[in-house]
Design a protein around this ligand. Sequence first.
Ligand SMILES: *Cc1c(COP(=O)(O)O)cnc(C)c1O
Length: 448
Amino acid sequence: MNYYSTNGKAPIADLQKAVVKGLAEDRGLYMPERINTLPKVFFDNIQDMSFRDIAYNVASAFFGEDVDLDALQDLVYDTLPFDCPVVKVKDNIYTLELFHGPTLAFKDVGARFMARLLQYFLRQGSAACCTGTNSTVNVLVATSGDTGSAVANGFLGVDGIHVYVLYPKGKVSPIQECQFTTLGQNITAIEVDGVFDDCQALVKSAFMDEELNKHMMLTSANSINVARFLPQAFYYFNAYARMKKLGLADNLVMCVPSGNFGNICSALFGHAMGLPVKRFIAANNANDIFYKYLQTGKYEPKASVQTLANAMDVGNPSNFARIINLYSQNGQLTEAETHAAIVSLISGATYSDEQIKETMCQCYEETGYILDPHGACGYQALVDGLLPGEIGVFCETAHPAKFKEKVDDILGIDVEIPERLAAFMRGEKQSVPMTKNFEDFKQYLLNV
Ligand SMILES: *Cc1c(COP(=O)(O)O)cnc(C)c1O
């Protein structure tokens, strides 16, 4: 399968290049040149298939031309040693819990899949574009909390790859910090004396530094990578299967709490592959750029504002370009036609911090279900937006214990910390102190 850039000015890439490079030369996002549909027999039997086997079928449609099928199956099974259950919250509202992976958030799946796919290409020895003076591939990732833990755990113990997680000193919650500072092995945590933007600037400068790139192979693992975002489609096929088993899959509305729009974009790819979902809702916090686009047809990115659902604090969602490209049929439709196609399938919602708190309290009182601040946006969007006869499924994108301080404070409870998370917290924190000065970071990398 070939991949083209949403900006249309970069050469076509194969899967391996798209995964190693992440971003195309023209700064566009890679898109697969075809979206294979899945056969009727798959949907006929899906309700009796396991999450892993559903995922393997979906993965074959995306990557089956480029990865040996036995290896792909291993890779999928290794990524998904856990389930992704659907839980009834109330009436016609269900939640798809995406937090049963190692760091209790949905990004675990994409991160692990990407790590194993990169490893597959390295082992093939065919990663011609990634051989430098040293055969190790170095992944640099800047994090304000969640991405760092998912990437670090996804890449943990994957040979041939070393991960450097840069995070702002004192700006990451202790629960988040321990998920990438206690791992050891091929994961190095770098504690930057600065803010998140300083971490991001260090990573960007490193990618642009000629001397450093000659010295070592550098790559990123951010959510625009096709190997990170496409596997999230597994979740939506699984949701459909579980709802079909319950006899509730006919008028399905999928609601996705969204920030960079990678998760919902994977769901939309699923829809294009034939997944029978009636419509989608993108739930936002106060960062309402996409919501405004749906209302007005104008896309006006702006600086993000800080909210309770901070993994969705995005003012210029990177996957917006993919959604436009998908529904404009790679630029064949006009802006107005594209907007019409999008609003016929996707609606939006936006919630302030006050509303998020109110939703969490109300849902807990009424149903006993503990929402995290991200999932709360999804739940409320269904409460407000479901039409008669529709069944709604919203994604719970993280376990509430990941945001324990906030959730405890809002609900006046003591959220139980799952053993997996508690184990991280018992580990010994190890990190490398770093200034926000690029020369210091560069010298460090040249000497490791
Ligand atoms: C990353 C994240 C989101 C937003 O997902 P996108 O793919 O960026 O839209 C929502 N909730 C949680 C908990 C996250 O970590």
